[in-house]
Design a protein around this ligand. Structure first.
Ligand code: TMO
Length: 313
């Protein structure tokens, strides 16, 4: 359904014209879908809010790094979860090229990094320090990794640079990429039975923190430029010799032309703002309650009217 504009008629010429009501294009707003649950549910939540606003919406599954180029070119209209750790570099590169705009931060504070379930600390009490982890590398050895420890990193498209970090810091670990987020949860679940020490990629906000108490490994503190300038970080000759930002942003981004083509939807997008607890809940509806993302979004919207209704004009 499209917004109505105020029609000018001869009869009202005595009055100043009303400001034209925003008229959004009837073309669908294209929302990208990636490979972790909060992003998929949030995309459906905002998609359903935009439908409520009168917009047409279409979802496309896209690579979580390449999407910034797609937004910049207008092939995709927006992105709801720009995680500083995983996507900051791709987002900044697209901003520099032009065509993409920063639509502001969610209240959520994010962290993405090497993580272990708390039982791991019983076997390696010097944790969360990364050097202590490295001393314990043999505890994490598997047939696949020989005498080195195994670190299960995220799917490759999250570009966590685990291998570069291991090399930059001279760690006795082998980095294995999970095929999917589900493989990370399966790994933690399997280790839980006999409290086997493991270290895997994880993030917050996420459902996992309510299921498995755990901690992030403390690497050398992130400094701007650690991914670009070898001089930044403890190893003067290497990139990625720092942890990810411990208080990372979560941003919204949009195609530069969105505001003009869908002004009303853009105003809604500017209002969209989720907290850590809300995002963890979105992931839980799928990863624990096993809902389909679309259904999870409907349930979330039903339960949180007070949060989002004021975002719609
Ligand atoms: C981008 N992610 C939240 C999965 O780290």
């Amino acid at each position: 359904m499209r917004k109505m504009t105020t029609a000018m008629t001869a009869g009202v010429l005595a009055f100043a014209p009303f400001a034209a009501l925003a008229e959004d294009s009837g073309d669908p707003i294209v929302i990208p879908i990636h490979n972790w649950s909060s992003q998929i549910v949030m995309s459906n939540v905002v998609g359903q809010i935009l439908e409520e606003n009168g917009n047409a919406v279409e979802y496309v599954t896209t690579d979580s790094q390449a999407v910034y180029e797609s937004v910049r070119l207008g092939d995709v209209t927006l992105e709801l979860e720009v995680w500083e750790g995983a996507f900051g570099a791709s987002f900044r590169a697209a901003l520099e090229k032009g065509g993409i705009v920063d639509v502001g931060d969610h209240d959520a504070v994010t962290r993405e990094d090497w993580w272990y379930p708390m039982w791991t600390k019983d076997a390696c009490p010097g944790l969360p320090d990364w050097e202590a982890l490295n001393e314990c590398a043999a505890l994490f050895a598997t047939a696949e990794t020989g005498d080195k420890g195994r670190y299960l990193d995220g799917p490759v498209d999250w570009l966590k640079h685990g291998q570069e970090r291991v090399e930059a810091l001279g760690m006795d670990f082998v980095v294995v990429n999970a095929g999917s987020a589900a493989a990370l949860w399966a790994e933690i679940g399997a280790a839980e039975a006999d409290k086997r020490p493991i270290v895997v990629f994880n993030w917050t906000p996420n459902f996992a923190e309510a299921v498995w108490p755990g901690e992030f490994v403390e690497f050398p503190v992130w400094e701007d430029g650690c991914d670009k300038d070898p001089a930044v970080g403890p190893n003067p000759d290497a990139l990625f010799d720092c942890g990810n930002p411990a208080n990372g942003y979560l941003k919204k981004a949009a195609w530069e032309g969105m505001e003009e083509k869908w002004p009303s939807a853009y105003a809604v997008l500017e209002n969209v703002n989720f907290t850590n607890a809300q995002i963890a809940e979105m992931a839980k509806l799928v990863d624990i309650d096993e809902m389909e993302p679309e259904e999870a979004a409907t349930v979330w919207l039903e339960d949180n009217k007070d949060v989002w209704e004021s975002w719609v004009n």
